[in-house]
Write a protein that binds this ligand. Structure first.
Ligand code: PLP
Length: 357
């Protein structure tokens, strides 16, 4: 049976990439050694990581004055690493609370000695809208943190907040390379790979070098300047995760890059939103102008019926549709690797289910 994996993360990867990994796994480049065994100081890995950086720079048009780093610790690690590296001057950051992942960032900063002011929140609206700055941003913040795409709640920033001279930092864990952004609009961007870029284990950081102002006591494994100088090879990197991420980046380039991904993602998500908006059984609660391309929550309003949908969908090969426990209902994650056929199968299934219920 054909199955489609709608998980929010770790998530679907391109079939072609999985096949290439399978074929190359016993012997990388005829070396007789698996990528699981090679040294991170050898020539093969040198090329893998250099290509990954070059391909990401090309895909996102990352300017030369921005460093590209491959780190560990996930998106959650960056909730601490970002203030540790960027908040050394004022020790104060601003946060727009657009959902649970933004709230986590605001909770983590004080743990490393940085004040986090939550300037606006849409928690009272169950995060179905995005918060906006209530007043012009005070200029004595080290940066403003936003979560570009709210994986759990299904919202995304299509218009960025105006920050004056304060750098904007974005958690793009769930829409990096899925939606077009101009890197120059940000002081820094980070993303755990396991949503849209590859397997779990590597975290991408893109940061404008002149903004780095470290806090005292910054641990070396989180030191952006050190990782930049050492080309992310200060200590042992997650070799396999970077290799697989590199293959995904090559797949993205071969398939038209980020603009083409955004176009496809609009078509895919549009099909599901159009269905949900006319359905009498299912609905999506998110304000139309802030809907995500990659994460789409929906529900019937009846938890037992939602359960029945999830069970029937699973039996039909439509996997991992259960919504986050805080939102309930269902959630379809339509990352770059999800083919249109997967969305068609989902919409057909939901349509049938509605007819029979
Ligand atoms: C999943 C996710 C995180 C957390 O990532 P980890 O790698 O599990 O730490 C942070 N931010 C967003 C937007 C996410 O989707």
């Amino acid at each position: 049976m054909v199955v489609y994996n709608f998980a929010a993360g770790p998530a679907i990867m391109p079939k072609e990439v999985i096949k290439q990994i399978q074929e190359e796994l016993p012997s990388l480049n005829g070396s007789g050694m698996s990528v699981l065994e090679i040294s991170h100081r050898g020539q093969d890995f040198d090329r893998i990581i250099a290509d990954a950086e070059a391909d990401l720079r090309a895909l996102m048009a990352i300017p030369d004055d921005y460093a590209v780093l491959f780190m560990q610790g996930g998106g959650t690690g960056q909730f601490a690493a970002m203030p540790l590296n960027l908040a050394g001057q004022h020790r104060r950051i601003a946060v727009l609370d657009s959902g649970q992942w933004a709230a986590r960032a605001a909770e983590e900063a004080p743990r490393v000695g940085v004040v986090a002011d939550v300037l606006a929140s849409t928690k009272a609206q169950k995060y179905t809208q995005l918060p906006t700055l209530p007043a012009p941003l005070a200029q004595d913040y080290d940066y403003l943190h936003i979560c570009a795409n709210n994986t759990i709640e299904g919202t995304a920033y299509w218009q960025l907040p105006t920050t004056g001279t304060v750098p904007l930092v974005a958690d793009m864990s769930s829409n990096i390379c899925a939606q077009e952004y101009n890197v120059r609009d940000f002081g820094a961007i980070f993303a755990g790979a396991q949503k849209n870029l590859g397997p779990a284990g590597v975290t991408v950081v893109i940061v404008r070098r002149d903004l780095i102002q470290p806090m005292p006591g910054l641990p070396t494994v989180f030191d952006y300047n050190l990782f930049d100088r050492k080309h992310s090879l200060y200590n042992t990197p997650p070799v396999f995760a970077i290799y697989a991420l590199g293959l995904v980046l090559k797949w993205l380039r071969a398939n038209g890059g980020v603009a083409e991904m955004q176009r496809r993602n609009r078509v895919k998500s549009g099909k599901l939103y159009d269905f949900l908006d006319q359905s009498k059984l299912f609905h999506n609660p998110v304000a139309a102008d802030v809907r995500s391309l990659t994460n789409i929550p929906f529900m019937t309003g009846d938890a037992q019926l939602d359960d029945a949908v999830i069970h029937a969908a699973t039996a039909a090969g439509l996997l991992n549709l259960r919504g986050h426990r805080s939102v309930g209902g269902l959630r379809a994650s339509l990352y770059n690797a999800m083919p249109l056929a997967g969305v068609d199968a989902l919409v057909d299934f939901l349509h049938d289910f509605e007819q029979h219920n």
